[in-house]
Design a binder for this molecule. Structure first.
Ligand code: SF4
Length: 353
């Protein structure tokens, strides 16, 4: 028999499923809004399996709002190194500094925190304070669009409004914390993007997408993300026991992280082109002899809107070199203290340089 659950029955089924399938995650066994906030920010763009260790290390070092607020930004970024989307860490830190030791306890107060959108505010407020705000994230869009057979694009204004209203109506207001966590886990474990487990799904009998054979077509998105290719040529300088870094500033990826001297171009430069680069020459001015050699070509690093193709060169300078452009001179043995993009960390590790 094919029938829709009532809204209450839908919520009850999801909560029953959760009781049996709940993941044992450290941020699920707490009502501390700070810990829930940190976990939600980490998980915004990160899989649970990757974020788990980061969460534990982060809250061990920064166990509460004040400790985070008191820490230098460079250290916060270092604990974030490898997670990507570093604006999340900068926003966490800035928001902690604005709290004066006390986490806000209203939806409006939480929503006003830097880097906190509607989804994160609803998650924090429902889980920590049992406030009746429904979460709407990718998991929720997927479950609702499939179960109710809705093909409105989830990235359209109309789609967003419809799904948000529906999610709010479905929310079990007597237990918002439980319901929100249940539907997020249901989407993450049962009704997954590529391989939903429809055959063993407690909602299968009444699921519209399943009965109509449309599971793979839902949810619908109207815009494809456009990506831009960028070509980075990193120069790993070695002058005796020293190397050179600089901090990225400006409104671009990896803001406030450290990186190797970089020549960016609109295409992958051949070695001779790099050698002729005015930027490289300006850095080398005043330095005597040098040797430049390619260590690694076309390392592909995929970000949400960009694909970076990186070549890594090694530049050997005389041991007594004391400056290279405006870069920061650091002992190679201490480079691990600096927060760098994963791309650079991986180069150091793989090349054993
Ligand atoms: S039957 Fe399949 S598509 Fe429908 S809710 Fe269950 S897992 Fe998702």
């Amino acid at each position: 028999m094919n029938y829709f659950c009532t809204m209450n029955a839908f919520s009850d089924t999801i909560i029953e499923w959760y009781a049996e399938n709940k993941r044992d995650l450290p941020w699920r066994n707490t009502k501390d809004p700070y810990l829930i906030w940190v976990s939600e920010i980490i998980l915004q763009q990160t899989r649970v399996s990757q974020g788990y260790g980061y969460f534990l290390r982060f809250v061990e070092r920064f166990p509460d709002v004040q400790t985070l607020a008191d820490a230098p930004e460079d250290e916060v970024l270092k604990y974030w190194q490898g997670l990507g989307y570093y604006s999340r860490a900068r926003n966490l830190h800035a928001a902690a500094r604005g709290m004066r030791g006390k986490f806000p306890n209203t939806y409006e107060g939480v929503r006003a925190l830097k880097g906190v959108g509607e989804y994160t505010a609803a998650a924090i407020c429902s889980i920590a304070y049992d406030l009746p705000y429904a979460v709407v994230d990718g998991n929720v869009y997927r479950v609702l669009s499939r179960y109710w057979g809705i093909d409105l694009p989830i990235d359209s204004t109309q789609g967003k409004k419809t799904f948000a209203a529906m999610a709010q109506e479905l929310l079990d207001v007597s237990r918002p914390s439980l319901y929100n966590q249940a539907i997020m886990d249901f989407g993450a474990i049962q009704c997954t993007p590529q391989t939903p487990d429809c055959l063993f799904c407690p909602l299968a009998q009444s699921c519209q997408a399943f009965s109509q054979g449309k599971v793979a077509q839902l949810p619908v998105k109207q815009h494809k993300v456009r990506t831009v290719d960028r070509y980075f040529h990193y120069i790993y300088v070695r002058a005796g026991a020293y190397t050179y870094l600089h901090k990225r500033t400006g409104n671009d990826i990896w803001k406030n992280l450290f990186e190797l001297p970089l020549v960016e171009a609109d295409h992958a430069l051949a070695e001779e082109e790099l050698l002729a680069s005015p930027l490289l020459h300006s850095w080398l001015a005043g330095n005597g002899s040098f040797t430049l050699g390619l260590r690694r070509r076309q390392v592909k690093h995929v970000l949400s809107h960009r694909i970076i193709y990186a070549d890594f060169y090694e530049l050997i300078l005389p041991e007594d070199t004391v400056s290279f452009g405006e870069f920061l001179r650091i002992p190679i043995a201490e480079r691990g203290r600096y927060a760098v993009p994963r791309l650079i960390q991986a180069f150091w590790e793989r090349e054993d340089v």
